[in-house]
Design a protein around this ligand. Structure first.
Ligand code: GAP
Length: 581
């Protein structure tokens, strides 16, 4: 669940650093992608609904995952064992036996440290608190004074920041602090002449202001950290009001939602809403092995809604309290597990690229050894540079080597025997067969978030080209685009509507299963194109005055705005090639 700042080798001006999240959110609302849940009641924090185009976009993303992970895993590629990758799906319930979550460790350990502002009653995650330490200096003394802040930060656990904010990454925090420093300068009657917001720590400070009167303000931004906050919470300014003495000590807060089953609803009826889909797979591992013709190595996929009572849901749908996951648990022999881990890690990165997230906004980050769970031999995150994390990245999917931790835990707590008997392993017998080997398979888990995936796709797709009559264009990959094509009669007369209607029927019959096919005869053609550009429709076909005579239509490419003429009977083959349908 990490969001992190990039290493200094990342490009200095990332292509997503300049996209405005406000503009993306406004477009998502205007074009029916994403709405605030319960908006007419003022909304509910951490919950988002999808409008017609958003619902279809997410379905296309889910379908793409299902197609490439379950029905034709890894595009038919062979795994490290030289054989086709095999996967099957399950669909498991949100509510499971409460012991499932005891065994998985979620009841005891799925916690975030939480802090309250006693006055405003607002709450934030301790590990999301950033502070800025400011020093007023002169250009000559800047280096020495900066060193003093850094030394004090390192040696003095009671050193409290001047201002604080809640942020996911250092980059986000740096942006939030600049206005505070400006206020500080104003209060000191200093005129700011130069402002620098540096985003990597090779520089002198994260925020540097040069003012008149030869004064410099250096600001060093630091994540306070739960341990330090426990010691100095009384002195730390609230991120909401900048007032000290109003924060509570960080307390562990379990992220699981719960409810009660049955009419009596006593404590013994307490059940949890799943915080991940993965456990539904582990508890059905034996069922799948016993009832389906699967042999290790194989994967079991599960998609569906998960719930986490996030302390600070934020950044649009990125950190929501209800979200959808698409998880695969791939079971293999322990000796092959590292090779499978590397295989899945590389495939998942390629997969996200294949649906339009290619470029410098996508990275695969291998966790450091000290970040790994004790049972894991490797974890990587596919991370995307969202506009709100830029220049840092936010996790889209984690690919974890989970060893046999989950099956061991469920075997221990439930008493069920979850070992797998592998007939193709063990000593070779005189009759040419194998003795067999019993073992608990290791598991490689590519765990993706579909809401974060949809958000990354929307952010990547959003582009602004002021030279176009409709500057905002959603360049959504055709496979994921909710509208696949639009058919327009140029004007509503001269036989054009009838031809458009017939073409619509042909296109809809063939591609309607993949997404919306739009038809629209109202407004100017420019306005219709603009609407389709904002909704991310990759191709618009227009029946114009030439069509009856030449049996041709224009096809307009959303990304370039360029129009070509093609024969009307080539429209279906054209789309088949472009949509791979
Ligand atoms: N079974 C492992 C697991 O659940 P995770 O990293 O906690 O791992 C997997 O979650 C993915 O689920 C994340 O990479 C992210 O895409 C998505 N996810 C997790 N918490 C989320 C939240 N609060 N809101 C939206 N998506 C979330």
């Amino acid at each position: 669940m990490s969001e992190h700042t990039p290493n200094p080798s990342s490009p200095a001006t990332p292509s997503n650093g300049v996209k405005s999240m406000d503009a993306i959110m406004a477009l998502c609302k205007r074009r029916g992608f994403i709405y605030q849940a319960s908006e007419i009641y003022g909304g509910i924090n951490g919950f988002w609904d999808y409008g017609p185009f958003g619902a279809q976009l997410k379905k296309n993303l889910r379908d793409a995952w299902w197609q490439d992970m379950i029905l034709n895993p890894c595009w038919g590629r062979k795994g490290p064992n030289g054989k086709r990758v095999e996967c099957v799906p399950v669909e498991t319930r949100i509510i499971q036996h409460p012991k499932v979550w005891e065994a998985s460790g979620h009841v005891g350990g799925f916690n975030d440290p939480m802090v309250d502002d006693k006055e405003t009653k607002q709450r934030f995650r301790a590990d999301h608190l950033f502070g800025i330490f400011v020093v007023e200096t002169t250009p000559e003394n800047a280096d020495a004074d900066y060193r003093k802040i850094m030394d004090r930060w390192q040696s003095d656990n009671s050193y409290a920041p001047l201002f604080t904010c809640v942020a996911s990454t250092e980059g986000e925090a740096i942006d939030q602090f600049a206005p505070f420093i400006k206020k500080l300068a104003k209060a000191r009657k200093l005129d700011i002449q130069k402002e620098l917001k540096l985003q990597d720590s090779n520089h002198r400070a994260d925020v540097v202001f040069t003012t008149d009167k030869g004064v410099m303000l250096l600001g060093e931004v630091k994540q306070i950290g739960e341990r330090r906050l426990k010691q100095i919470y009384g002195d730390v300014p609230s991120p909401f009001t900048q007032k000290s003495g109003v924060l509570t000590e960080p307390k562990q807060f379990n992220l699981m939602f719960y409810t009660f089953t049955g009419a009596t609803a006593g404590p013994e009826d307490k059940v949890y809403l799943r915080p991940e889909t993965a456990q539904g797979v582990f508890v059905n591992f034996k069922n799948v092995v016993d009832t389906c013709r699967v042999k290790v190595p194989f994967g079991i996929g599960n998609t569906g809604t998960s719930f986490r009572n996030e302390v600070t849901p934020r950044n649009f749908t990125f950190r929501s309290r209800e979200f959808e996951q698409a998880e695969l648990e791939f079971f293999c022999h322990p000796d092959e597990s590292v090779a499978w881990y590397q295989f899945w890690r590389d495939f998942r990165m390629e997969w996200w690229k294949s649906i339009g997230l290619a470029g410098d906004n996508l990275i695969l980050r291998e966790h450091e050894k000290d970040e790994l769970s004790h049972y894991s031999q490797g974890t990587s995150d596919v991370e995307y540079r969202f506009p709100f994390t830029a220049p840092g990245f936010g996790e889209l999917e984690g690919i974890a080597h989970r060893g046999n931790y989950d099956l061991t835990q469920h075997a221990k707590v439930s008493g069920a025997k979850l070992e797998y008997f592998d007939q193709e392993r063990g000593e070779l017998l005189p009759n040419g067969s194998r003795r067999g080997e019993k073992y608990l398979p290791h598991c490689i888990e590519p765990a993706a978030g579909l809401d974060r995936g949809a958000l990354a796709i929307l952010c990547e797709a959003y582009s602004k080209d002021e030279s176009r009559p409709s500057p905002e264009v959603m360049k959504i990959h055709p496979r994921i685009a909710p509208i696949k094509a639009a058919i327009f009669p140029l004007v509503n007369k001269d036989g054009m509507p009838e031809i458009a209607e017939k073409l619509f029927d042909d296109v809809n019959a063939r591609f309607g299963k993949l997404g919306f096919i739009e038809s629209d005869a109202k407004q100017s053609i420019g306005k219709r194109y603009a609407r389709m550009d904002e909704a991310g429709c990759p191709f618009c076909f227009t029946i114009d005055g030439e069509t009856p005579g030449t049996q041709t239509v224009t096809v307009r490419d959303r990304d370039t705005g360029k129009q070509d003429r093609i024969a009307i009977d080539k429209v279906v083959p054209f789309l088949a090639e472009k949509l791979q349908g």
